[in-house]
Design a protein around this ligand. Structure first.
Ligand code: HEC
Length: 118
């Protein structure tokens, strides 16, 4: 009886962690799409990432790297409103959240993707 209980608990835990990592992968995919899509984030237009860039203004922003080490909320704040997050007044990067271009959910997806950038 005890063993069965343990097995049940173990499988419940496995199920949980499986579904949450699955959800993470979905979120990262969604964020990457927003990052690369012109009428969504269009981040790739200004930021090269993982050696990938598009021709044109791709050098307006810094190449993004090492973001895996940044805290999620710092990344969220930058995408929401880089002016306030960094205390700067002149940058070409739009305040995506404040301007209403990206929703809270969309920014969270972008952040999940940014956290995969080495
Ligand atoms: C029109 C160009 C432009 C677009 C579009 C743009 N950015 Fe930026 N981004 C910049 C510039 C310029 C900076 C540097 C700002 C500064 O610190 O002066 C920057 C900075 C950043 C930083 C901080 C990097 C660092 O090393 O300090 C992150 C993170 C970032 N952008 C993410 C994004 C994401 C995610 C998107 C899309 C949702 C995006 N950017 C869209 C121009 C852009």
């Amino acid at each position: 009886m005890k063993l069965i209980k343990k097995l049940l608990i173990a499988s419940a835990i496995c199920g949980l962690s499986f579904s949450s990592s699955f959800a993470d992968a979905e979120l990262v995919k969604k964020g990457e799409k927003i990052f690369n899509t012109k009428n969504l984030g269009n981040c790739l237009a200004c930021h090269a990432v993982n050696g990938k860039a598009i021709d044109g203004p791709g050098s307006m922003g810094p190449e993004l790297s090492g973001l895996q080490y940044w805290p999620e909320d710092a990344l969220y704040d930058i995408v929401y409103n880089i002016y306030e997050a960094k205390g700067i007044t002149n940058t070409s990067m739009p305040a995506f959240g404040k301007a209403g271009w990206l929703s809270d959910d969309q920014i969270k997806a972008v952040v999940a993707y940014l956290k995969t950038i080495k």
